[in-house]
Design a protein around this ligand. Structure first.
Ligand SMILES: [Zn+2]
Length: 271
């Protein structure tokens, strides 16, 4: 900060976004494999249905992996990660053990939505703006506090090491005040992925059943303000409503295929 002068906060934001991008790139390759074991998914029918959905949506993958996430949690999850040839699909074993094939397809449709809509890239751009505002707030907050109380505290300037606790306090306040903003950013993307997943998997009942399972750790029916402030994913109520709305508008294609001509109808036994 001493060397950078009064524009130090801009460089702080730049350094933060570089660190964030590095973590996103390095985590799946170097860090996650330290804690868990990844192996190719053995179940061929589940694997093929996932690969088929991936290819239909332009995701260049040929392998599906399973990870023993049950060592740490019983939450169901999966992801599509990588870029430029390192793309891979990973299901955690809780998803495989706790869910039906229809539910697994619904979850995978959602995860593919994140990938196809480039949510990771968009989030890095969002964080670039967010970190810039955070550091501007930090710079302003430090100047303001030191002008008022600096002498009393014995903190000489913004470049005094003793300013560190104050910096942590100011950033914590910023993080607290902006919680609804960051939560709403991710929640909006999660909702987009839900809609993509319904269209890709065509499994509204599977989606709704998984949403109920997520009720293990996410309140299913919060108030509207509660959802905006505290929820980084849509509530179970929001998600199940979307799934049932999709089902209602797609009755013909979900329930049973309707015969195309009366002649076909005669040859098809009624169900
Ligand atoms: Zn998601």
């Amino acid at each position: 900060m001493r060397r950078l002068g009064k524009n130090w906060w801009i460089w702080g934001a730049v350094a933060s976004i570089i660190f964030q991008a590095l973590v996103v790139l390095i985590y799946p390759v170097l860090i996650a494999p330290r804690f868990n074991t990844y192996k190719p998914l053995a179940n061929a029918s589940i694997k093929n249905s996932i690969l088929s959905m991936a290819h239909a949506n332009g995701i260049p993958v040929n392998d599906v992996y399973e990870v023993d996430a049950s060592r740490q949690t019983n939450r169901v999850s999966a992801n599509v990660s990588g870029f430029l040839g390192s793309e891979r699909i990973t299901l955690n074993d809780n998803l495989l053990n706790r869910c039906t094939p229809e539910e697994i397809q619904a979850v995978m449709g959602h995860e593919m939505g994140h990938y196809v809509m480039n949510h990771l890239g968009k989030t890095l751009l969002f964080l670039g703006v967010f970190f810039s505002i955070a550091f501007a707030f930090l710079n302003y907050g430090l100047q303001w506090a030191l002008a008022r109380w600096g002498e009393k505290w014995g903190v000489r300037s913004i470049t005094d090491v003793a300013v560190l606790p104050l910096a942590v306090l100011i950033l914590s306040v910023f993080g607290f005040l902006t919680t609804p903003v960051t939560n709403s950013w991710t929640r909006a993307q999660e909702y987009e992925a839900d809609i993509f997943g319904l269209n890709a998997s065509r499994q509204p009942d599977g989606e709704a059943a998984v949403d109920l399972k997520l009720g293990d750790y996410r309140k299913l029916d919060p108030g509207p303000i509660e959802e905006i402030v505290f929820f980084d994913h849509p509530s179970g109520r929001t998600r199940i409503t979307a799934a049932m709305r999709w089902k209602k508008e797609n009755q013909a294609s979900v329930v049973s295929p309707t015969p195309e001509t009366p002649a076909d109808a005669a040859s098809v036994p009624s169900r």
